[in-house]
Design a protein around this ligand. Structure first.
Ligand code: SF4
Ligand code: SF4
Length: 183
C-alpha cells in the first residue's frame, strides 16, 4: 500500500454522557428509520447503528455506537460491572463481529457501522444527536491531518472482506458483474 499524503480532514465526534441518558431509545428509532430502504419506511431498531445498553431498575443507560467491523471474533472478552450489575460479555463492544448478532443488518446479516448520517439528504448534525432531547449526545467537529487514502482503503477492504466471508468470493464477483450489466 502506498504512503498517502497528509491531508486536512474534518473529524466528527459524538460525545456521550450516560448520566444524562434516560433510555428513551429515540436515537435507536431515528437511526433505524433513516437507514431503512426506502428511508423512513420502517423503524426496526435492529437496524440501528446506536444501541442503548439498559438497566432500568438501576436507571443506568449507556449508548454505544457501531464502530469498526471485525471479520473474526477476538481472543479475549471484556466484562463490565457498574453499580454492582455485571453486564454481558462484549456488551459495550462497538464492533460488528461474527460471534454475536448486534450491529448486523437483520435481513442480510451484513455488518453495520455508524456513518455519521453522511447520506442523502445531508444532515446538519447526526440524527441521533438531533433527536436526543436529554442532550446525552452532543456533536463536535475538529480539523486534523490524516493519511486519508490509507484510511479509506482500509475501510473498503474490511467491508469487502466481510462480504466475501458471508457470500463467498465467486458469488460476490457474479453479483457485481450482474449489477454492472444493469442499465
Ligand atoms: S435519545 Fe438520548 S436519552 Fe434517549 S436513549 Fe438515546 S442517548 Fe439516551
Ligand atoms: S450518527 Fe447517524 S448513523 Fe450514526 S448512530 Fe447516529 S443516527 Fe445512526
Amino acid at each position: 500500500m502506498s504512503c498517502g499524503d497528509k491531508k486536512k480532514k474534518i473529524i466528527k465526534t459524538i460525545k456521550i454522557d450516560p448520566d444524562k441518558c434516560n433510555g428513551c431509545r429515540a436515537c435507536e428509532i431515528i437511526c433505524s428509520a433513516f437507514h431503512a430502504t426506502p428511508k423512513y419506511s420502517s423503524n426496526n431498531i435492529a437496524r440501528s447503528r446506536i444501541r442503548v445498553i439498559r438497566d432500568p431498575l438501576k436507571d443506568i443507560y449507556v449508548p454505544v455506537y457501531a464502530g469498526e467491523i471485525a471479520t473474526a471474533e477476538c481472543m479475549g472478552r471484556d466484562k463490565y460491572v457498574i453499580d454492582g450489575k455485571e453486564y454481558d460479555e462484549c456488551a459495550f463492544c462497538r464492533a460488528s463481529c461474527p460471534s454475536r448478532n448486534i450491529f448486523k443488518e437483520p435481513d442480510s446479516g451484513l455488518p453495520l457501522k455508524c456513518d455519521m448520517c453522511e447520506d442523502d439528504p445531508p444532515q446538519k448534525e447526526p440524527l441521533c444527536v438531533q433527536w436526543c432531547l436529554a442532550e446525552a449526545l452532543t456533536y463536535e467537529e475538529r480539523e486534523e491531518e490524516v493519511e486519508e487514502e490509507e484510511a479509506n482503503m482500509s475501510d473498503m477492504e474490511t467491508g469487502l472482506q466481510s462480504l466475501v466471508d458471508k457470500y463467498g468470493l465467486q458469488n460476490l464477483v457474479d453479483t457485481i458483474i450482474r449489477m454492472s450489466r444493469k442499465d
